[in-house]
Structures are given as C-alpha cells and as structure tokens.
Design a protein around this ligand. Structure first.
Ligand SMILES: [Zn+2]
Length: 202
C-alpha cells in the first residue's frame, strides 16, 4: 500500500466544503479538516485526506466507512452533527482522530474480523493508545492525560484544552447520555452536561 495517498476527489471535496460559505457546517468542517491534516502529518499516519461529512449519527459520535462509500470515495469519515453542538471542540477532534485510526488500520494494519466488539481490536486500541486515546472494545473513547502525542499537538498549535482527567473504566455498553443543557439565544445548545458525554462511542 502506498504510504501517503489522497485521491483527487477528496482534495476537491475539501476545497468545495471550505468554499461553501452558505453551508452551516462550513466553518466547522474547515476546522476539522485543519486538525485532520495536522494529525495525519504529525502522527505519520500515512493515510489520505478524508472525505469528511457531518450528519446525525444517533448514538455514535463518528463513523469510518471501510473501502469505498456509495459515491466511490475512499476514507469517508462522518462526524455526528450533535457532537458539534454538545461536545467541546477537543473532543470532536478526538473523534476525528479515532476515525483516522480506523483509516490507518484499513491501509496499514490488520482488517478487523467483524463489527463490534472485534472492530476495535487490540491493534486498533494499541495504535490509538500510542497517540493518546484510550479506546474500549465498543469504541468508547477517552483522551488520556500526560505527555501524549495528541496533547503535545494541541500545545504545538496553541490550542488550549481543559485538564484531562484520569481515564475511567469503560462501561459495558453505554447509551449516549441525554444532553441536559438548554438552547441558548444564538440557537446553539448550551454546554451544560458536556462532561456527561465525554465517553462517546464511535
Ligand atoms: Zn471506532
């Protein structure tokens, strides 16, 4: 497998998304693309620029599509729309990294045997851990504190994150907790209850 490939359509899609100023996710996707690019380069993942999309995913915070999607695009990563409203930005970036690790595994690792719980297999979890993410077999993901590549990357780019707590034990299978905040004047959900969804499945 080539070490670093991006099909042209993914680059064009990213350009299109950045230019689509009338799209409500224009700014969000531009930020996520910026971090995806930084993570791919700094962590030497050797994977292509993802075809990023934002949609309602229900219980999941993110999704990686193995192989080609229905448009024939590779490296499709979907991020949950609700996560953009409910989670602090660093946790959305954590979700993007989780999905990038799926992409890394598809291109460089062992194909998972099947869907959960084998999907987040030992190789996946080990790779995620080496970058600063603790992932459970069901895909629950926590950022780990300390001197990790991810937290160092945040520091490198001057992106401040709250103090990361020590990881908690993973639930057997946790439903995504209900959002408890209200809707603010700007139409965005207030961020009460953010802590409650910091262990998300993806
Ligand atoms: Zn996953």
């Amino acid at each position: 497998m080539k070490a670093n490939f991006t099909e042209e359509i993914n680059l064009l899609l990213r350009k299109h998304q950045r230019r689509a100023k009338d799209w409500k996710f224009n700014r969000a996707i531009t930020v996520l693309h910026k971090w995806a690019k930084r993570m791919i380069a700094n962590f030497h993942l050797g994977i292509g620029i993802p075809a990023l999309m934002i949609e309602r995913l229900g219980r999941k915070l993110g999704r990686f599509t193995c192989g080609r999607n229905p448009f024939g695009l590779r490296d499709e990563i979907a991020i949950d729309e609700g996560a953009l409203y409910e989670l602090p930005l660093y946790m959305v970036i954590v979700t993007v990294l989780h999905e990038l690790v799926h992409s890394w595994q598809e291109h460089h690792g062992m194909k998972p045997r099947s869907k959960n719980p084998h999907y987040h297999n030992a190789e996946f979890r080990q790779k995620a851990r080496s970058l600063g993410l603790l992932v459970g077999v069901w895909g629950h993901t926590q950022c780990t504190p300390g001197n990790t590549p991810l937290l160092n990357l945040f520091k490198k780019y001057g992106f401040k994150v709250p103090e990361i707590p020590e990881p908690k034990p993973f639930p057997q299978r946790q439903r995504r907790l209900k959002f408890k905040g209200g809707i603010g004047k700007d139409g965005r959900k207030k961020d009460k209850g953010v802590q409650a969804v910091q262990v998300g499945e993806s």
